[in-house]
Design a protein around this ligand. Sequence first.
Ligand SMILES: Cc1cc2nc3c(=O)[nH]c(=O)nc-3n(C[C@H](O)[C@H](O)[C@H](O)COP(=O)(O)O)c2cc1C
Length: 230
Amino acid sequence: MNLKNRRAFLGVAAGTGIGAVLASAPLGAAESAGKIKIVAVACSPRKGKTTTQGLRFVLDAAAKVAPDRIETVLIELAGMSIPLEPAFGQPVPEGIRDDFVAVAEQLVDPALGALIVGSPVHYANMSTLCKIFIDRLGMFRKGFRLSGKVAGALAVGGARNGGQELVLRCIHDALVCQEMLIVGDGQPTGHFGATLWNAGDDDISTDEFGVKTAVNLGRHAAETALRLTK
Ligand SMILES: Cc1cc2nc3c(=O)[nH]c(=O)nc-3n(C[C@H](O)[C@H](O)[C@H](O)COP(=O)(O)O)c2cc1C
């Protein structure tokens, strides 16, 4: 899909009736034999805080896998206006801006190799913003536009074991519904994804173990996306 058609898709998607455009969209792994894009979405309502910090570790590690081939994009949802209505077929309420269109523009790019979703733990679950993001991703499911793309998740909690794995699991399950290919943190930590601990000072760089899981997630996601690139 060229840029013009992509914009047309997004224009239609911003309103109603996106089915026909979605159905004609390309499927599968990143198409480009050149650069691939690793997109991380920070779903904390707090801009630049620990979820974003953690995703920076993920993206830096991803870029190091092949600096000449991998482009990284960090999207912070904090401060964005993302109405839920289009997720259930309703128009965006009058006077409300829909910033999801710009987010979707990154995800519809055929060069997308991997999507990493990061959320704080909020009462043992993903943040409200993360759930809205996941629900709005429903537009990609019509036609399975994200099918075959790599996906991973990161969670930050105020406790070492405050529900990070539950949040990863919820994000993974939602992305499985999109036919995405889930990866966890790769070797040697090798579990479910990036699990970080904010000990109260809003600085996760001191969480040595958590940072390792973030780095391993980034590397593993990038290596997998490259392997799958046509
Ligand atoms: C409403 C709310 C609920 C929270 N619930 C949990 C929780 O269940 N478990 C936990 O470990 N931390 C919990 N926390 C702490 C946050 O996960 C932690 O501060 C995290 O670093 C916030 O991410 P951010 O810096 O990207 O905003 C909660 C924080 C808030 C504001």
